[in-house]
Design a protein around this ligand. Structure first.
Ligand code: ITT
Length: 176
């Protein structure tokens, strides 16, 4: 059994579909202001490693929009809470260049730290479509016409940053 330390149930439900032997645990940890998701994730591990007996992992993710020079990036959670999808669509108004990517960094601690990452390229839709969480309704992955919000969790996992990072993590666990 491995703990997934997160306060975001959607992330957990997606992860559980790929790695069954996990359990969600919400222990808040500081998400430092840093330039990269890797730094944020590693700081989280350092903060938590003496507080949790079992093996655990956490995941830091973000949406990076080319036309906005990588914004919201490491600030994705805060930006979603403040301006949300409507705010992002407003910033993108009139922009033809709509390329963006999602990135997920998983940091796993089993006595030492292991990092796994996944990237999903795509673009920002012209309007919100579907449900999901966070930026799901406005992100269309490459190779699909649907937004993440219009996909089932299984279909999203096939394309998504999180799905890819989780598959790399699963491969590592299976090789142990
Ligand atoms: P934790 O407790 O795991 O930190 P969180 O939601 O705060 O949960 P992050 O700090 O990694 O997660 O913030 C990333 C934000 O980026 C998240 O809140 C969403 O708004 C957005 N995001 C990340 N992955 C996403 C996905 O697959 N679909 C839609 N939005 C996503």
């Amino acid at each position: 059994m491995i703990y997934f330390i997160t306060g975001n149930r959607h992330k957990y439900v997606e992860a559980k579909k790929i790695i069954d032997d996990i359990e969600m645990k919400h222990i808040p940890y500081p998400e430092i202001q840093a330039d990269s998701l890797e730094e944020v994730a590693k700081f989280g591990i350092d903060y938590l490693k003496n507080k949790i007996e079992a093996k655990f992992f956490l995941e830091d993710s973000g949406l990076f929009i080319d036309a906005l020079k990588g914004f919201p990036g490491v600030y994705s959670a805060y930006v979603f809470k403040t301006i949300g999808n409507d705010g992002i669509l407003k910033l993108m108004e009139g922009k033809k260049e709509r390329k963006a990517y999602f990135k997920a960094v998983i940091a796993y601690y089993d006595g030492s730290v292991h990092i796994f990452q996944g990237i999903c390229y795509g673009e920002i839709a012209m309007e919100k479509r579907g449900e999901g969480f966070g930026y799901d309704p406005i992100f269309v992955p490459e190779g699909s016409k649907k937004t993440f919000g219009e996909m089932s969790k299984e279909e999203k996992n096939k394309y998504s940053h999180r799905g890819k990072a989780l598959m790399a993590f699963k491969k590592f666990l299976n090789s142990q």
